[in-house]
Design a protein around this ligand. Structure first.
Ligand code: FAD
Ligand code: NAP
Length: 337
């Protein structure tokens, strides 16, 4: 394990901003993680954990120690139709999804091509195309940085919500996820109701889909609709889709009858943030190298040399416009460092 000094973090995040980390260490085992934390403690330095850097915006140099999570490992237990897979936190999410689909197992296929690591997936309860990781989640092993002990968290302990978990709030900066166990199935249990997925399967002439068909459909849709961070720096959706009380939606709908909306199980209404932002005229906006993607208004982009502060400034102006026009608060999904 080597601790490097003064490292440019541009290659470590999908936004690609240049910012220097005072120290960086890549950890591949739980022991190395413990050693890295002990070192930071001895030096009285703050630390941060970084997975694939696909949900982080750097707004300046980072003091202390950046710990890059690369703990690998895959264990499988088969119990009838259930397949329990336990993966190291540093495994790449999409590689695990691909691997399960190659085995013919079902459960993760709708979440193909989400960037990042396994360990970050419970953090914001990642999800796409009608499925979130909580639906397959069994447990995760978590290092409590204050005590040094590893504890197993079940679903209830993680308090998952829409792009939410206990790790994002109460346990931020004290808990590090070191492995996650998911339950997938040998028989297909597919979710194909999401419109884009249904349309894509239809266009491909698939009548009785397999997990592989859904995986292929999702990969094709995402490649078509979303900017590839390898080409344009971004961190996916910059804001969460706001879930508002029915009364807020009713007020909004008096002026915007065509506002897309999705009624939630508890009667509240989810509004697509992209529509709110687009309606305020932000889609395709560009100032220098910072902007709003031309095809997806929810994705803020770095065309090359944008600084984090410039992206944050656009984000704040968008939040202000949406608040003023719709009376709706947009909450950031991306973690700002
Ligand atoms: P990072 O960006 O490295 O970290 C994110 C946060 O989690 C940080 O606060 C970090 O400190 C913390 N963290 C990281 N690892 C750990 C750990 N082991 N233990 C505790 N905390 C940790 N998200 C979705 O939900 N659905 C999507 O469909 C989706 N699509 C995307 C598409 C694109 C093009 C991009 C760029 C992003 C997309 N995202 C999506 C967001 C992102 O991919 C997810 O949030 C992903 O889980 C982040 O993983 P990461 O390893 O890159 O985390
Ligand atoms: P989209 O299909 O254009 O839909 C816009 C938003 O409306 C989505 O975010 C989705 O919320 C909501 N929605 C659409 N159909 C729905 C339905 N049948 N039921 C409930 N809600 C519905 O979205 P998109 O931008 O192309 O993204 C497709 C999927 O990938 C979405 O699930 C999105 O969350 C996910 N994605 C996430 C990120 C990220 O960084 N977080 C980035 C890219 C894509 P939900 O978000 O709840 O699905």
């Amino acid at each position: 394990m080597t601790i490097d000094r003064n490292i440019d973090l541009a290659p470590y995040t999908t936004f690609g901003m240049h910012a220097a980390a005072e120290h960086v260490v890549v950890v591949t085992t739980l022991d190395e993680l413990r050693q890295a934390l002990a070192w930071a403690h001895e030096q009285a330095l703050p630390w941060r954990i970084l997975g694939g850097g696909s949900n982080v915006l750097l707004t300046g140099d980072v003091s202390g120690l950046v710990i890059v999570m690369r703990i690998a490992g895959r264990d499988v237990t088969i119990d009838g139709d259930d397949v329990l897979i336990t993966c190291g936190a540093g495994e790449v999410w999409h590689d695990i999804v691909t691997w399960t689909v190659e085995q013919g197992w079902s459960g993760l296929e709708n979440m193909a091509l989400i960037p990042g690591t396994i360990g970050a997936a419970p953090m914001q309860n990642i999800g796409a195309y009608g499925v979130e990781q909580a639906s397959c989640f069994v447990s995760c092993d978590v290092l409590d940085v204050t005590t040094g002990t590893v504890t197993t968290f079940d679903r209830d302990a993680c308090a998952f919500g829409y792009r939410e978990s206990v790790f994002k709030h109460a346990l931020r900066d004290t808990a590090i996820i070191v492995s996650v166990t998911y339950r997938v199935h040998q028989t297909a249990r597919l979710v194909t109701s999401y419109r884009d997925v249904a349309d894509e399967l239809h266009a491909r002439g698939v009548q009785v889909p397999t997990p592989r068909d859904v995986f292929d459909a999702v990969v094709a849709i995402r490649k078509r609709k979303l900017p590839d961070p390898a080409e344009i720096g971004n961190a996916g959706s910059f804001f969460k889709n706001p879930v508002v009380p029915r009364a807020t939606y009713d007020t909004l709908a008096t002026s915007y009858q065509d506002a897309p909306h999705y009624v939630q199980a508890d009667g509240s209404i989810k509004l697509p943030a992209a529509w709110l932002i687009d309606t305020c005229g932000w889609k395709g906006y560009r100032s220098g190298d910072a902007g709003v993607h031309a095809r997806q208004a929810l994705v803020l982009v770095n065309y090359g040399s944008a600084r984090g502060a410039e992206i944050l400034d656009i984000a704040q102006r968008i939040q202000s416009d949406v608040r003023e026009r719709f009376g709706v608060e947009l909450e950031r999904e991306v973690n700002v460092w």
